[in-house]
Design a protein around this ligand. Structure first.
Ligand code: SAM
Length: 305
């Protein structure tokens, strides 16, 4: 973080008003932010639930959590933060004596703080090591290691399954061909490779030609979709009757999981939730103008019966 940059400027929370409308924080309430990030949503939940609301925050990324701690220190013992993966939410909550909660938030994906740090390897816009791990001090493998070890067919499957990339076969073939010459270790190298593999006439107009490949690898490196399914199942078990759950997702694969999970809960006998959003809530034009990240955000919310 550069000198003089406030933590709040490193990442602008998306759909903030809509999140507060969905969760309706109140004094005395207990809230879980399963992806606390830079603490933007968490701070608003604490302000709205003053003076006695409590916030429990989780993030997989240790570096992010240091900044969240600093930002939320002003709220004293109303805040408890923990480094961990929401896929392990049930175990983490049991270990720390957390829950039941009146509100639970998952704001998925990564923050602008992570994206802007070239050394994390999330972005094709900045050259850096091909890492992409949310928790780079954990024992998971990096995107570079993954691309070195998977077969051509497996790479193709990752690209198809996690980003619906039309050119998966060609990109996978190119990766395997190029890695024979030299290992793939940098984001710029991978972005150039994708651009060379996809015919220029087929480049997407609204996004970079490598966007999908980077998304797919990030999902695979962090096992994001299976983790989301597990996290949601743990979360519903931790929600108090009348408590609300709110999920913000950033691509169709995540949104599909959230939609289907919520529907399953609503249709079970007896129903476990009633849906607060029949269709996902999306950002206003005004929000998108000031925060481009909000363009792909979708919010779904439900209330525990
Ligand atoms: C979009 S950011 C959250 C931003 C936050 N709402 C704010 O206003 O500052 C998503 C955060 O989720 C974290 N994250 C992603 N997957 C996670 C997981 N499986 N478990 C815990 N945290 C995760 C990322 O490290 C990142 O900090």
């Amino acid at each position: 973080m550069g000198a003089g940059v406030a933590i709040g400027e490193l990442h602008v929370p998306v759909l903030l008003t809509e999140t507060l409308d969905a969760l309706r924080p109140h004094a005395g309430g207990r809230y879980l932010d399963a992806t606390v990030g830079l603490g933007g949503h968490a701070e608003a939940l604490l302000i709205e639930s003053a003076p006695t609301g409590h916030l429990y925050g989780l993030d997989r990324d240790a570096e992010t959590l240091v900044l969240a701690k600093e930002r939320l220190r002003q709220f004293g013992d109303r805040v408890e933060l923990f480094q961990g993966d929401f896929a392990m939410l049930g175990a983490i909550a049991a270990e720390n004596g957390w829950g039941p909660f009146d509100g639970i938030l998952f704001d998925l994906g990564f923050s602008s703080f992570q994206l802007d740090d070239a050394s994390r390897g999330f972005s094709f816009m900045r050259d850096g090591p091909l890492d992409m791990r949310m928790d780079r001090h954990g024992d998971g493998i990096s995107a570079a290691e993954l691309l070195a070890k998977l077969s051509e067919r497996e790479i193709e499957r990752v690209l198809q399954d996690y980003s619906e990339e039309r050119w998966a076969r060609r990109i996978a073939a190119r990766i395997v061909q190029d890695r024979r010459e030299q290992p793939l270790t940098s984001t710029a190298q991978l972005a150039r490779l994708v651009a060379a593999a996809v015919p220029r006439r087929a480049w997407p107009r609204r996004i970079h030609v490598a966007t999908r490949t980077f998304q797919a690898l990030r999902i695979a490196v962090n096992d994001e979709l299976a983790g989301l399914r597990r996290g949601l199942q743990d979360a519903i078990g931790l929600l108090a009757t009348g408590g609300r759950i709110c999920i913000i997702s950033f691509h169709s694969l995540e949104d599909r999981i959230v939609k289907e999970t919520f529907r399953g809960w609503a249709r079970s006998d007896p129903p476990r939730v009633h849906l607060l959003t029949k269709r996902p809530v999306i950002a206003t034009e005004r929000e998108i103008e000031v925060n481009l990240r909000a363009r792909s955000a979708k919010l779904r919310a439900a209330e525990r019966c």
